[in-house]
Write a protein that binds this ligand. Structure first.
Ligand SMILES: Cc1cc2nc3c(=O)[nH]c(=O)nc-3n(C[C@H](O)[C@H](O)[C@H](O)COP(=O)(O)O)c2cc1C
Length: 363
């Protein structure tokens, strides 16, 4: 049985619908849900709706070049696969399918500590692919350090330290659907990155994740002692924290509210991007994720100073809809859409996407 519409997956919406049809309900709620009243989840999309673009015309747009660099490494387009846990819940190959598709497309992909495949298996699935490792700092320094050393050995090119999850937020949909209790996903990076599922019933899933709740900015200093890999801090929403990350040696920051899955009430990432870009200046790269679904979203974020944007849920939709082929399709749909919007706004190269592209907000 296939849920692929006649003519194939033509839009991200097609992938989402097919993914929903093929996934168990609890898994789908886990993917789609956010924290609390899901205000921040919706806010990420609303911010893109509010922004407008100021197109220039007759600039000669027969050739569009999507290429850019991320921390100095060439990539085919200014977007990347954001880290998402448990990809094996969406398709059997899980992260391996993502790695193959992203590697073939020449795009950066970031892999979660909570991957269903080990970081070494992921690396072997696409040896030439550009990959970063996302770290949830474990309470025991030894566990975290071993993960960092494994990632460095396996050819991951940066460490992404996620800082917006000192504990798991209240996620109403997830709690009700019971995924955390009933579906203990196998964790490829070892049992010590994860609590046993039985810990969940008492506390509503809050301690599914093992993170160092006591962590302060010193963890960034500690990481720098453990590894020569560049450090990317994911989950900052203020200029102050972005500046702190850079002062502690981060090479980049990701403006992210975890796709609306952590602090409900946090601002839309697009809305706080300018303050982060200003605080960081030329000292680090800035990326954004949260609600990026279209080429116009990518251009808006780049025009506001992001170097690249991360894609979260759509990759999971694509995995569920069609595994590796689904993700390959998603990435090419996004590439075509970005190129189309560049042509329609008169920009033929990524560096030409500047602030002059931004129009007045719609309201
Ligand atoms: C199901 C799911 C699992 C996620 N797991 C992780 C994770 O393990 N580590 C992490 O840093 N971010 C995780 N995220 C957050 C994403 O990296 C990213 O910030 C977010 O999904 C971007 O928003 P979008 O889904 O609207 O594109 C997860 C997001 C989802 C939807």
């Amino acid at each position: 049985m296939t849920d692929e519409p006649p003519g194939g997956f033509l839009t991200l919406g097609d992938l989402e619908a097919a993914g929903a049809a093929k996934s168990a309900r609890d898994v789908w709620e886990f993917v789609q849900g956010g924290a609390g009243a899901e205000t921040t989840l919706r806010g990420n999309r609303d911010a893109f709706y509010r922004q407008t673009l100021r197109p220039r015309v007759l600039t000669g747009v027969d050739r569009i070049d999507l290429r850019t660099t991320i921390l100095g490494t060439p990539v085919a387009a200014p977007f990347f696969v954001a880290p998402t846990a448990y990809q094996g819940l969406l398709c059997a190959d899980g992260e391996l399918a993502t790695a193959r598709a992203a590697g073939a497309a020449g795009l950066l992909a970031v892999y979660s500590t909570l991957s269903t495949r080990s970081l070494e298996e992921v690396a072997a699935a696409a040896p030439d692919g550009l990959r970063w490792f996302q770290l949830y700092l474990q309470p025991e320094a030894g566990v975290a350090r071993r993960l960092v050393e494994r990632a460095e050995r396996a050819g991951y090119r940066a460490l992404v330290l996620t800082v917006d999850m000192p504990l798991l937020a209240n996620r109403d949909r997830q709690l009700r659907s019971g995924l955390a209790v009933d579906t203990p996903a196998p964790i490829g990076n070892g049992a010590d990155v994860h609590s046993p599922p039985r810990a969940l019933t008492a506390d509503g899933g809050r301690f599914l994740l093992r993170v160092d709740t006591a962590a302060t900015w010193e963890v960034v200093d500690r990481l720098r002692e453990w590894t020569r890999l560049p450090i990317v801090v994911k989950g900052v929403l203020t200029g102050e924290d972005a500046r702190r990350a850079v002062d502690h040696g981060a090479s980049a920051v990701i403006v992210s509210n975890h796709g609306g899955r952590q602090l409900d009430g946090a601002p839309a990432t697009l809305d706080v991007l300018p303050e982060v870009v200003e605080a960081v200046g030329r000292d680090a790269e800035v990326y954004l994720d949260g609600g990026v679904r279209r080429g116009s979203d990518v251009l808006m974020a780049l025009a506001l100073g992001a170097r690249a944007v991360g894609i979260g849920r759509p990759v999971l939709w694509a995995l569920a809809a069609g595994g590796e082929a689904g993700v390959a399709r998603l990435l090419s749909l996004l590439e075509v859409d970005v190129a189309t919007v560049m042509a329609l706004t008169g920009r033929t190269t990524v560096p030409a996407i500047d602030r002059a592209l931004l129009g007045a907000p719609r309201w």
